[in-house]
Ligand binder design. Structure first.
Ligand code: B3K
Ligand code: ZN
Length: 868
């Protein structure tokens, strides 16, 4: 650990800033190792006080400080701060400092991505560019003048509008940008480099023309078209569904290779991980196409929910992220398949988000205590945050929800707001009391909903007794009852829907569960019904209802709600896994229940189901999600049970898989829902066929494929099925794509997630591959991240060799890129459900990391909690 213990910040300690900054004029002279920054701010005191002006700054070389144009020595440099004890009421502050972009491996602040300069300022990266009030409630008007070498950096970009440019005698040139909208420093961006540019334009619904520009590495222009289409679709969607129009004359997106996460919504100048911009049939899969659309949408939607209205402090992060994830999910659902989108969101909730809730980093969607803010860009803040917004949408309905959103945006436009402000606007616009609902913002953990029922044939009454209970989490021992929308339908045993009546009135499908225990008595129920509970995952909870296999089979077949059909199959699978784990413990052979086999067969044969949904229904949950079904489980056995189940389903249905495979060939590659659904189903079938040893189909598809979806479908099937042909296929793939990092990431990922005891050795070998580097986050995630998160059987080897690998990598990344290190750490801190032996092996490694001489705040926060 470093000398000083990292400090915890508490949400309750929020204080408005002692000073405001109205304008910031930046002058940045770009040089690889010595960039000079001049920052001129107009500052004024906030109220009457004698507090010093304390500016944040990290890893800066201070050159001079002037107040009202006169250089001063009346300041102190503290660790990560510049303190000016006595300043006028209102003044102009000029700071000159130097930074070294080339040495910036943390990829926060100003850094180099290949030959280009770029920035990442959220959450607290601006303080690595200059001394500033780096907090989201200080909003200033920015102007930025960038000067750089004209040959290596023909493009000089920043936020807002380009208002001037010029050429200098020394081979350098400059561009001046002016952003008319006041913004916090985290939305600042600068990019300088040489790119190919795709240009287009969009006319907004009020008739303004906006220039659209996408900057990509030279030679990649042909891969930017889908991003452009997605951007225009996002702009249209936000106008049509939310009545929100873009506000600047230009919208720029830059794709870079070195990026810690997906993308960043800087005002007018989004910076993207190239993975979420570049796509063509040859190099991108169908899922990559959908990811590009989703992330382009997400960053665009931030322009209103995040930029025009931002967060008062970082504890409010879900105010912009939960809401914007909800918006991007709705966008994807309106453009594609709503059910399939819902399923993929729910898989994330039930797998990694529930695991986060059960681990040492459990926190409410609005956290209360933070050491390193970058550690809180979590599934809880984002995905559960979106579920909370979705519940509001369910409770209020589309119209009142949109009215609430409009009120919130209008009331706080140009300001920094809180989650309370948002809920207040929603409540006011809808007239609904959201007092109890607000607990979702302050309570962590996954609530459990236990539902029991009784039917009285004489009175034709059907009673649901609903109990809610949230188990204590690491951060919060006491839990209160929440407002849980529980969506319900009833079916007769013949599969007919039964109308709902409560208290003599026709009733809505959504029940308001508010208390620890509540009863709902349905009237006029002609026979004992089968309930469909938590339809569409109407709340982020775990459901406990003792479904029989017959009931689940019925729901999978007849439910009017497609999500319920998928969910019923999932529950059948879960029941089977639980049962087989119990058998294994008694040293008995696992079984494939007739009911599950029949459901798979009927699903395959049912021509009335959308093919994409069919593919989802036929896909087993991953091991990490299955682990969430148990308090504690032997992970090796769980992998064995899952693998056995997959093989049995494959063998038992060979003709049906073959038929699904043959019937869903797509003659030419088109990106539309129907063809994507066919490919999804075809490749799902191929995966099962590979488990039966079907080399021919796999090898033929690989040889004939004209698109990346089918190429990878075959490669994945070969690797997962451990077919002999996998070796030559992997070699061919590498030879073809060895110069394309993004494509090769699939190759790393597949090998990292391969079954087989030699995988770890192969991963170590791949770390020496010429295209692999620990300095590139995409490569690290594709190889190391995929192995540790996506290959539980090999990562959790009982000899601890998988744990050693992660420990080594984390030791290196702790120094070079703590943010990436901190993400990779996840499987090391979520050990609660593993057996005691593995837990103690992991804890040894964590202690080893804890003793590192310069442990980053990022790792310190998580490891100290995990070991506590
Ligand atoms: N707001 C950024 C995430 C920043 C992460 C900082 N560690 C991207 C997004 O959510 O849109
Ligand atoms: Zn976001």
């Amino acid at each position: 650990m470093s000398q000083t213990q990292p400090q915890v910040q508490y949400r309750d300690d929020y204080q408005p800033p002692h000073y405001w900054i109205d304008t910031l004029d930046l002058d940045i002279q770009l040089h690889d190792t010595a960039t000079e920054v001049v920052a001129i701010s107009r500052v004024h005191r906030n109220g009457e006080h004698n507090e010093p002006l304390v500016l944040n700054g990290e890893q800066l070389e201070l050159l001079s400080v002037s107040v009202n144009g006169i250089e001063t020595t009346q300041f102190e440099q503290e660790e990560n701060a510049l303190v000016l004890p006595q300043v006028p009421q209102e003044f102009v502050l000029t700071i000159r400092n130097r930074i070294n972009p080339s040495a910036n491996t943390a990829l926060e602040g100003l850094y180099k991505s290949g030959d280009a300069f770029c920035t990442q300022c959220e959450a607290q990266g601006f303080r690595r560019i200059t001394y500033y009030l780096d907090r989201p409630d200080v909003l200033a008007r920015f102007s930025t003048r960038i000067t750089a070498d004209a040959t290596t950096c023909p493009f000089l970009l920043s936020n807002g509008n380009r208002v001037g440019q010029g050429v200098l005698d020394d081979g350098r040139h400059w561009v001046q940008w002016q952003d008319p909208f006041p913004k916090p420093a985290y939305l600042f961006a600068l990019v300088a480099g040489d790119f190919d540019v795709l240009r287009d334009s969009y006319t907004t619904h009020s008739g303004r023309e906006v220039s659209l520009e996408i900057f990509v590495d030279k030679g990649n222009l042909h891969r930017a078209g889908h991003a452009m289409d997605s951007l225009k679709a996002s702009m249209r969607w936000d106008e049509q569904r939310c009545n929100l129009e873009y506000d600047l004359d230009i919208y720029m997106i830059v794709a870079v290779d070195f990026f810690n996460m997906g993308a960043m919504e800087n005002k007018g100048l989004n910076v993207f991980n190239a993975k979420f911009v570049l796509a063509d049939a040859e190099t991108a899969t169908d899922d990559d196409y959908l990811d590009v659309e989703r992330v382009i949408g997400h960053e665009y939607f931030h322009n209103w929910t995040g930029n025009r209205v931002t967060c008062r402090d970082w504890f409010q992060l879900s105010l912009k992220e939960g809401l914007t994830v909800f918006r991007d999910q709705e966008f994807s659902s309106d453009l594609g398949s709503r059910t399939v989108n819902r399923i993929s969101n729910v898989r994330i909730m039930r797998g990694p988000q529930f695991a986060e809730d059960a681990g040492p980093m459990a926190h409410p969607i609005r956290p209360d205590a933070v050491i390193e803010m970058n550690n809180f860009y979590t599934l809880t803040v984002y995905e559960k945050g979106s579920e909370v917004i979705r519940m509001l949408h369910t409770l209020l309905g589309e119209q009142a929800f949109q009215a609430g959103l409009a009120l919130y945006l209008q009331r706080f436009d140009g300001q920094a707001a809180t989650c309370d402000d948002f809920v207040a606007a929603m409540s006011e616009a809808s007239g609904r009391d959201l007092t109890r609902f607000k607990r979702w913002y302050s309570q962590s953990g996954t609530p459990e909903l236990t539902v029991r029922d009784a039917y009285d044939a004489d009175t034709q009454r059907y009673t649901l007794t609903v109990q809610q209970h949230t188990p204590p989490t690491k951060d919060q021992p006491e839990k209160l009852p929440l407002h849980i929308p529980l969506s319900v339908a009833l079916y007769s045993e013949q599969g007919e829907p039964i109308s709902l009546y409560l208290n003599g009135q026709p009733a809505d499908a959504v029940l308001d569960v508010l208390e620890n225990e509540q009863e709902f008595v349905f009237e006029r129920v002609p026979s004992r019904p089968v309930p469909a509970l938590l339809q569409g995952f109407s709340a982020p909870v775990k459901l406990d209802y003792l479904y029989t296999d017959e009931q689940l089979t019925l729901l999978a077949r007849v439910s009017l709600d497609e999500f319920v059909r998928w969910d019923a199959v999932q529950m059948l699978i879960n029941n089977t896994v639980r049962h087989n784990m119990a058998l294994l413990q008694r040293r008995q052979a696992p079984v494939l229940p007739r009911s599950l086999l029949d459901v798979f067969r009927c699903t395959l044969e049912d021509s009335g189901i959308d093919r994409a949904l069919k593919a989802e229904m036929l896909t087993l949950p991953d091991v990490n999600s299955l682990l969430e079904l148990f308090e504690q489980a032997n992970i090796e056995q769980l992998c064995e049970v899952r693998q056995h189940l997959a093989k049995e389903l494959a063998e038992a249905l060979i003709p049906a898989w073959q038929q699904a495979y043959e019937e869903n060939q797509t003659p030419e590659y088109r990106i539309d829902h129907d063809d994507m659904a066919r490919r999804a189903l075809k490749n799902t079938a191929l995966g099962y066929l590979a488990l039966t040893g079907d080399q021919t189909r796999v090898a033929d598809q690989f040889a004939a494929a004209d698109n990346m979806t089918d190429t990878l479908g075959a490669l994945r099937a070969a690797v997962r099925g451990e077919l002999d042909c996998r070796h030559s296929m992997l070699t061919q793939f590498e030879q073809k794509w060895r110069n394309d990092g993004l494509v090769l990431d699939n190759w790393f990922r597949l090998q990292a997630t391969a079954p087989g005891a030699d995988t770890l050795a192969r991963v170590r070998e791949l770390m020496t591959h010429p295209t692999f580097s620990l300095t590139n986050p995409n490569r690290v995630r594709a190889l190391i991240g995929a192995f540790c998160q996506g290959n539980p059987a090999q990562f959790h080897r009982i000899d601890g060799a998988g744990y050693d690998l992660l420990t080594e990598v984390l030791t290196t990344l702790n120094d070079s890129n703590p943010q990436v290190a901190s993400r990779l750490l996840t499987p090391f801190i979520q050990f609660r459900r593993l057996d005691d032996g593995r837990q103690s092996l992991i804890k040894q490694r964590l202690q080893q990391l804890m003793a590192l001489p310069s442990l980053s705040r990022d790792l310190y926060e998580k490891i100290s909690k995990a070991l506590d």
